[in-house]
Design a protein around this ligand. Structure first.
Ligand SMILES: [Zn+2]
Length: 246
């Protein structure tokens, strides 16, 4: 398969805190030599596990981006062991537009895996996750909410999997996230999902639905922030004991 057209401005092997972009060339009417610039941050401190934390898979779901952009500003690499890779707005064109799907190619990121390095803009981004970012991580958390068309009771979920040991590890991570509700999901339309791509690689994968109505609340954002820290503690990346709901 062709190499990805996406180039990262951060070095995944370097210790410390880095902020940069995943740069994807996109020639269009307003910018002939333009690029889609997807924000990425990474904190690394020596050897250890890697967590990949994502939001904005759908661009009208805000708890993930709010919590992850905040964590990117505040994370101290001296307080972690291993790596935390943050992509707060995976489908950045959709996030900028406040839409579920990409305004460039109408791509629904969570139906576009494993992607294609020669495909649409959305497929080029998913291909980069499939072949570059997911292989770096053992622990994967993707934060969703209901967007403009749904309103969820806030929950964290893991999937029913054929590999029962992997399912158990995912369920333990779901409980560690400690959302107000936890749910084991049997996905009936799993083709093309990021979830499925991560699980097929044997990762510990959990996801959330934290609200919706095309907005976010202080309560649902705080659930995201607390859950992310609990997940990193559970993964052995952050020290401490999980912060429980009051
Ligand atoms: Zn979503």
């Amino acid at each position: 398969m062709k190499p990805s057209p996406v180039k990262s401005t951060i070095d995944f092997g370097q210790d410390g805190l880095q902020h940069g972009f995943l740069k994807l060339p996109h020639s269009h009417d307003e910018s002939a030599y333009g690029s889609v610039m997807i924000p990425i941050s990474m904190a690394k401190n020596g050897e250890g596990p890697t967590a990949l934390l994502t939001g904005g898979n759908h661009g009208d779901e805000y708890e993930g981006p709010i919590a992850l952009f905040d964590l990117a500003r505040t994370i101290d690499p001296r307080q972690i062991r291993g790596r935390v890779i943050l992509v707060p707005a995976m489908n950045y064109p959709a996030f900028q537009a406040g839409k579920r799907t990409s305004p460039i190619d109408s791509g629904n990121m969570n139906r576009s895996f494993p992607g294609n390095p020669e495909g649409s803009i959305t497929e080029k981004i998913t291909d980069y996750f499939q072949r570059t970012l997911l292989p770096l991580a053992e622990w994967v958390l993707d934060l969703h909410s209901g967007g403009k068309t749904l309103d969820f009771l806030p929950f964290c979920a893991a999937h029913r999997l054929e590999d029962k040991q992997q399912e158990q590890r995912c369920a333990e991570a779901m409980r560690a996230f400690n959302a107000p509700y936890s749910m084991m999901l049997l996905e009936i339309d799993s083709v093309g999902m990021y979830d499925t791509a991560a699980e097929a690689m044997g990762k510990v994968f959990i996801t959330t639905e934290l609200g919706g109505k095309g907005t976010a609340t202080a309560e649902t954002v705080s659930i995201a922030k607390r859950g992310i820290l609990n997940f990193l503690i559970h993964a052995g990346i952050l020290e401490g004991s999980p912060e429980l709901r009051s």
